[in-house]
Design a protein around this ligand. Structure first.
Ligand SMILES: [Zn+2]
Ligand SMILES: [Zn+2]
Length: 312
């Protein structure tokens, strides 16, 4: 199963050339997930050849414009492309109302159904699950309600011991064995015991945590403990730590500290203030406490694999 992230935006609130506001695109087993949708996200999707029609789930961290001003544009484009597939959108209180009003006054009638789910940004809980992943909220400290998202692959399916699998088992029976169930006969008696025909998957479930705008806040560390890949905002350098504190943002050093203390596999940092034209110091600062750090770079893709995170 693929688990691939592409960075679409690395900037923060003030526009700057060559840096777009926040958006991350994930492909997990052929399905598209978008986390945040800053202005211009749909153009970034085009630039990096990611098919908007594949996006099934959209998660918005908070209602500052650099995290969702691209949403209405993307929805309108879905309509122009005659999308009929349902779309699931998760975000804080107010998002559904804003989108509904924008659609109302532009007299847009969508050809597809949107399922809105309001996030409770005050607590960590399971927001979403499907066949492949669970997604938990990560409460963040910001000027408006805000939460990050922790995406965890579900336990891998069991491996079939092909040499001894009885001939003639149906696809459904094989699927049941892979899912960890026994095969029963019509009377409910065990025909094939799962443990006799399968072994546990040796691959550990993969995980990715997205922490957008937030004050450095130690409870986040517990929430992202041990994830394979952590994205954490680094709006400022540590010399502006007071400014970070005043505006409910973090520094590159703090991003490194979260990654180090949470013992994550790899850290990427982004949401850079427009005041920084070059980002070398951000990287140096974060790496001083957590060496396996990279800058988020627009258009770059990272594959979260069984042996770590690799640039594609
Ligand atoms: Zn922001
Ligand atoms: Zn913000």
């Amino acid at each position: 199963m693929s688990f691939q992230l592409t960075i679409l935006g690395t900037g923060s609130a003030t526009p700057v050339l060559n840096r777009h506001p926040t958006s991350h695109h994930l492909i997990i087993d052929q399905e598209g997930y978008l986390i945040d949708c800053g202005e211009g996200t749909q153009l970034q999707l085009l630039a990096y050849k990611l098919r908007p029609s594949k996006i099934k789930y959209i998660f918005i961290t908070h209602l500052h414009g650099d995290h969702y001003f691209g949403l209405i544009g993307l929805l309108s484009t879905f309509n122009l492309h005659r999308r009929t597939d349902d779309l699931w959108i998760f975000g804080p209180e107010g998002l559904a109302e804003i989108i509904t009003i924008q659609l109302k006054y532009s007299d847009s009638r969508l050809m597809f159904k949107i399922h809105f789910t309001e996030t409770d940004t005050e607590k960590s809980y399971q927001l979403f699950e499907n066949e492949h992943v669970t997604i938990h909220t990560i409460p963040l400290i910001h000027r408006v309600p805000c939460c990050g998202f922790l995406i965890r692959e579900k336990e891998r399916k069991r491996n079939l011991i092909k040499e001894i699998i009885p001939a003639g088992l149906s696809y459904e029976d094989l699927k049941r064995l892979k899912d960890g169930y026994d095969i029963l006969d019509e009377n409910g008696q065990i025909l094939y015991k799962n443990q006799d025909y399968t072994t546990e998957s040796s691959n550990k479930p993969r995980s990715y945590a997205f922490c957008s705008d937030t004050l450095y806040h130690r409870p986040i560390i517990d929430q992202v403990k041990g994830v394979d890949l952590l994205y954490y905002e680094a709006t400022f350098l540590d010399e502006l730590s007071q400014r970070a504190f005043d505006t409910n943002h973090s520094t590159a050093l703090q991003a490194g500290m979260v990654a180090r203390d949470a013992k994550v596999g790899k850290l990427i940092i982004g949401h850079f203030s427009s005041r920084y034209k070059v980002l070398d110091d951000h990287l140096t600062e974060a790496r001083s406490v957590f060496p396996n750090t990279d800058l988020a770079v627009e258009g770059e893709s990272l594959l979260i694999g069984n042996s770590g995170v690799n640039h594609v």
